[in-house]
Design a protein around this ligand. Structure first.
Ligand code: ADP
Ligand code: MG
Length: 264
């Protein structure tokens, strides 16, 4: 895919430490509209921490965040939402005992002119957004706890995009799902891409993301090893980035890339 113009998001030279541990160390990454950037690396590499700086869950020690080219201050999740940044955590944070529509509008319920809950309007909106994301979804009347993992995932995604998310962060979205449901989440991601949403897809499994991602960014020990178009690198090369920190010719090296002396 051709990437022109100003990125949706730029994270520049982000660092954050917990006690003495540099969880993220001088990390830079960007994301364009309609693009999927996969963030890969072992457990503890710093993926979630970097992304939590963008979602407002953590405050960075250093670095800059730009949205559509403008420097922004993101100090809490509300700030992030105001810039159209939505995060879907592994836990999904759904209200299990109520249905899909109630989940989509949780805390942002639609009201009638008499101030009562407008269930008809919420269900109608829910059907619209779910129809776009996952046309096969029909279980609008069931509590979400009775839905499959993939269906629950689509409810969580629908909730995120209902309020005009431009940037979606998915942290290990398929970690708890079987192969069929993982494929279903893949379909959702393709649909969101087609709608022009930019997606950071975090994973520690390269096979999970290789088909979906336009670019991959590998982290190791809090640092970016390198970033590459998915078409310019092989899975083996990406494994080498994850395990050894070895940056292949098709990738742009980051501060965490192994030096020539280390490689020798
Ligand atoms: N809230 C926190 N307090 C202390 N250390 C943390 C915290 N969050 C993450 N870390 C540490 O930061 C490093 C990166 O973790 P994380 O971003 O969760 O990695 P990943 O998502 O790549 O598995 C790890 O060493 C982890 O233990
Ligand atoms: Mg993580």
């Amino acid at each position: 895919m051709e990437r022109t113009g100003t990125p949706l998001v730029e994270l520049k030279n982000i660092s954050i430490a917990f006690g003495g541990i540099r969880a993220v160390d001088d990390a830079s990454i960007d994301l364009h509209a309609g693009e999927v950037v996969a963030l890969l690396g072992h457990n503890g590499a710093g993926k979630s921490t970097l992304i939590k700086v963008l979602s407002g869950a953590y405050k960075r020690d250093h670095g800059e965040i730009r949205v559509n080219g403008d420097v922004v201050q993101i100090n809490n999740p509300r700030d992030a939402k105001n810039y159209g940044i939505e995060t879907i955590y592994q836990t999904l944070a759904l209200a299990d005992n109520v249905d899909a529509a109630a989940n989509l509008f949780l805390g942002r319920e639609l009201k009638t002119k008499w101030g009562t809950l407008d269930d008809a309007a919420m269900e109608s909106e829910a059907r619209k957004v779910m129809g776009r994301l996952n046309p096969r979804f029909q279980r609008f009347k069931d509590p979400v706890k009775s839905l499959s993992g993939g269906q629950r995932q689509s409810v969580a995604i629908a909730r995120a995009i209902l309020f005009n998310a431009r940037i979606l962060i998915m942290d290990e979205p398929t970690a708890a799902l079987g192969p069929q449901e993982t494929a279903q989440v893949g379909e959702l991601v393709k649909q969101l891409k087609a709608d022009g949403i930019g997606i950071f897809l975090i994973s520690h499994d390269i096979h999970d993301v290789f088909d979906l991602a336009d670019r991959v960014c590998v982290m190791k020990n809090g640092q970016v090893v390198g970033t590459a178009n998915t078409d310019d690198v092989t899975k083996d090369e990406v494994l080498g980035m994850i395990i050894l920190g070895k940056c292949p010719p098709g990738a742009v090296p980051g501060p965490g890339a192994m030096t020539a002396e280390q490689a020798a």
